[in-house]
Design a protein around this ligand. Sequence first.
Ligand SMILES: *[C@@H]1O[C@H](CO)[C@@H](O)[C@H](O)[C@H]1NC(C)=O
Length: 183
Amino acid sequence: MTRASATGFLAGVAMAFAVAAVVVDGCDNVPSMSMDDACLKASTSQPLLRLCHSELLNAPDSDEVTVYAVISAKSAQWAYEASSQAATGLLGNASLAGDERAAYEACVARYASARTRVMAVQSQLLECSYASPKQELIHARVDVEACGGELSRFTASPLYAINADDQLKATLAYELTGLIIGK
Ligand SMILES: *[C@@H]1O[C@H](CO)[C@@H](O)[C@H](O)[C@H]1NC(C)=O
């Protein structure tokens, strides 16, 4: 795609967070479909379908699937930033036991890695570059799951429930990206 259309496309994605009716130029050979169709095709479970509808609530309808995948990766990025901050906040508790502290420290590192990956995915999709976004999203999911593993002995931790949602966000971005470049 040309630089001009790429710029328009980027602006469209940015606006997609605020307004419903946005026309964007996009990448070649990427399907366009309604948000409902994209969510149906991407979702392998009810929780995933619910997450998809909530993330794409303000997405422009009948648009290139790239827009949905980028919004989903952006939602994951924001969630991982928030979870990393939550873990850092929990580390501020001086009476935390050593093993719980180690778990939160591991989670901070894992969320940083997952965040970098979902940001790379957004850049690649916006550049119509498909070499590794799915691989990045698999690794992002592995990072977030690894934090979940660390927390498995601390199920009462507020981060435990948040982490389960965070895993789903990587999966949804992966499935939406799969609508562009195949499963
Ligand atoms: C700090 O950690 C201790 C030990 O896990 C816990 O009992 C306490 O509720 C925590 N305090 C806060 C403010 O979270």
